[in-house]
Design a protein around this ligand. Structure first.
Ligand code: NAP
Length: 230
């Protein structure tokens, strides 16, 4: 079992498996990140494929299969991973099911125990649900409902999608993961608390755990112009 890592993963980072260079603002960046993510989970995608063919396929559960989570899931699906996930909206759920994902309609502020118990059957968990302004990270707010089942489950990797807003106003300085987080807005403070909560949980579960601090992402169906206009 891979050791839990105490610090967020360092990006950008070279990956010798990926010859491409892509901007963090480009959707292609996600593919490279996925590759790095597998490497950092202990193995590369090729090795995962051959290993899992002997011992069963890897299973990713995406808590909050929104824009990033869906693209991530589609990439893993190409590598024969089994994908499950949640969304709040019923129409989205139906669309995602048509993509071959096992979907659950789920509100983390009022979590359904049945959905929570499904997570433990998965080897990998990606958390994409943002903090709630009232309760902070809604999953961690209900941690007592699902933590013990994860302890007994198959989980070996945990990822949390965060945001660069945790750095606060850096006055235009270059920022990497060694730059101290200094969130100024309330939402960024909640985000930093969520990062810490998920990393703590990862350590407790003794699974490899990583935080990904995303900048603004655009790609098909989502452009920066559209976001700022909406
Ligand atoms: N995309 C970016 O540019 C960017 C930049 C920095 C950070 N991030 C962060 O990275 C994560 C993924 O981004 P994204 O763009 O993919 O976000 P997104 O499209 O809004 O996806 C978020 C997902 O979380 C679900 N969700 C939201 N609140 C929930 C709740 N209370 N209970 C259960 N599910 C809930 C949404 O369900 P529904 O879709 O059904 O509503 C959706 O599936 C988010 O935490 C986001 O804040 C994104």
């Amino acid at each position: 079992m891979a050791a839990a890592s105490p610090a967020p993963v360092r990006f950008p980072a070279a990956c010798h498996h990926c010859p491409e260079e892509a901007s963090p603002r480009c959707i292609r960046y996600l593919r490279i990140k996925r590759c790095q993510l597998l490497v950092r989970a202990g193995r590369h995608a090729d090795e995962v494929d051959s290993d899992e063919s002997k011992s069963g396929r890897s299973r990713m559960f995406v808590l909050g299969m929104g824009y990033v989570g869906r693209i991530f899931a589609q990439e893993l699906q190409k590598d024969d991973w089994i994908l499950s996930g949640t969304c709040m909206n019923l129409e989205k759920k139906k669309k995602l099911e048509k993509c071959g994902f096992d979907m659950y309609q789920f509100d983390a502020t009022d979590p359904d125990p049945g959905t929570l118990s499904c997570i433990k059957g998965h080897t990998h968990l990606l958390v994409s649900i943002p903090p709630d302004k009232h309760c902070g990270d809604p999953m961690l707010a209900h941690e007592e409902l699902w933590r013990s089942s994860l302890m007994d489950g198959n989980l070996k990797w945990l990822g949390y999608l965060s945001t660069t807003s945790v750095y606060g106003d850096c006055g235009g300085a270059w920022v990497d993961e060694d730059y101290p987080a200094s969130p100024s807005s309330e939402s960024a403070k909640l985000r930093l608390a969520a990062e810490e909560g998920w990393l703590r949980l990862g350590r407790d579960l003794k699974v490899s755990s990583h935080v990904f601090r995303l900048g603004g992402i655009y790609g098909p169906g989502r452009r920066l112009g559209c976001r700022s206009l909406s």
